[in-house]
Write a protein of this length. Sequence first.
Lengths: 298, 392
Amino acid sequence: MDELVATVVRGLGIGSTYALLAVGFVIIYRTTQVISFAQPALMILGAFATASFVSGAGLPFWLAVVASMAVLAVVGALTERIALRPMVGRPPFSAAMVTVGVFIVLLIVAFRLIGTRVVTVGDPWGLSRVELFGVSVFAVDVAKTVIALSTIAVVGVVLMRSRVGLAMRATALDQETALAQGIDVGRMFGLAWATAAGLAALAGTLIGTGAGGVEATTALVALKALPVIILGGLDSIKGSVVAGLVIGVAESLTRTYQPQVAPWLGSNFDVVVPYLIMVVVLMVRPYGLYGTKEVQRV
Amino acid sequence: MSTVLESQSHRRGGVGRPDRSLRGRPLLYTDYADEMAIWNTPAKRFWTLMLVVAALALPFFVQRDITALMTTVLVYAIGGIGLNIISGYAGQVSLGHAFFLGLGAYTAAVLGGEDSPPAVGLGLPMWVWLPAAAIVPGLVGLLVAPVAARVRGLYLAILTLGLVFLGEHVFREAAWMTGGGGVGRAPAEPVLFGVDLYSRQTVLGVELGRQQVFYFTCFVIFVVMAILARNLTRSRFGRAFAAVRDRDLAAEIMGVSLLRTKTLAFAVSSAYAGVAGALLSIVFGRITPENWNLFLSVDFLAVILIGGIATISGSIIGAAFVVLLPRLVQELAVHVPFISGAVGQGGVLNIFQLQTILFGALIVLFLILEPRGLFGIWLRVRNYFKAWPFSY
């Protein structure tokens, strides 16, 4: 029982970082109809930025996180302006491929900056434990879940309640009509990328907390946000949160129990569980759990 | 006008190819089949012949490593053509190409490789394993297609991405097939009718190195597969692919079965990938499950994006570009001051990072500036000279 609770809590911790990344994907997708494959690189750069602010500039952890999110938001907005703005009106796949190119370039930048080191983000939790329902769990997992979910909640409230959020949703609904209503659609695109990059930076930092730290290759972890958005539906923030947590917990449960229950599935099976869940769900629901079904009219 | 009718009636009369009665007007087509011919202009016929001659003469004039590199170009071109069939012609974006390449490579290795426990190898000749390397991935493509046909657009891209990760896991675990993760195995051996096509041979008194022999082998396979693909795209099925790509709903209304068309495109594309994978594994020399990862898929996407979407010649140009670029960078980097030659020697970037970063930047630049890729640039150059001295 203790093991189960600890496993689930760890899964929620991982899952909430996936959810953060996935929300970034969804915001970009809804506003610009593009899937950004550049998120993993932005994430790893975000983790690096936090680490540099902590160790280089000597900022406290919280300030470093905010600073890193701000820096990455600028990087994200610039990426959109330089690489993706010219792709407006082109097929979504071409634009998605541009982000693959951006991913490669930014990833090399990250490799150059981080090299073969393991970067620690200087978080206050480390290996400390807390009591939850009478079970001792890692504080970092609880912290991850709380920070990620509350950030997503803030983003959600801003999108639903503020003028900017309304403008972004209008852009998502219909770009031309939004333009006609006096919304600066280009700025909304930039804003979407900035938000997503900021969320990616936070996710990167959270992944770097706890015992491990991040290496340059940790970037590939962020690719797991892709099955998450597919599972949740490409255009649903609620979907990404639910799917992120589901996939995080499923992955964590597999890591704990699969070696005992089904060793024939091979070592490191938990790494591919998200993709397996995605394939199975797509067979049943082609638009994910909460995705809007595309209506085709003749 | 009367000449036109004459030549048409000529054709109906069953004489065969219409005599080119319109001498001096090579671009006037008098029937559809003529216009859709692969080599529909004299210039195309001439230059294709020249290219073939050049490709055949090449290995005698360059060094061995360049010959090996050109072999890789041919193999990448086969794989690129395969990806172009599914993603370029049929419009179904696939990030899963690397999985099918791996499947082809391992089918070939199990059938045609040597037994090296834990990896199984049956040591069969090439005429068995090469078709099998096309058929097995083709069949798996058939199995995947019904699932893939249910989802559209970017959902499909990510679904096929999942295929790469699942495939990599299976390859790592199935040691009887692949030798296991990080260990790998030897690839299939290209032995055809008792002749090892990856060893020194003397043909008609000419001594050929093993790179040259294998280059010619790949060249023959490449030419056959390229012409097959070109013919496929000119056929009924090719038109169905394009219809599904351009507007699937409209295609369905016109009586094109979406499921059947997509399934066919998947199967053919996977078969091409399988052949390319089998040949690529011989070029690699030793294959590990880690060879067939996402980055290989991205390589092939770059081939078709840089070369030109939905063109066979574009896939070939793109393959040449993607394979030769790193080598070119390597040759040139010596002259650039802030690039270090090896990992961990300082400098702003090392050579591998420079190669990769250029690769990424070029994908972005091509998509933004010339969506039709290198083939589009070629078209513009050609049209400029065709209309010369007028601007259009």
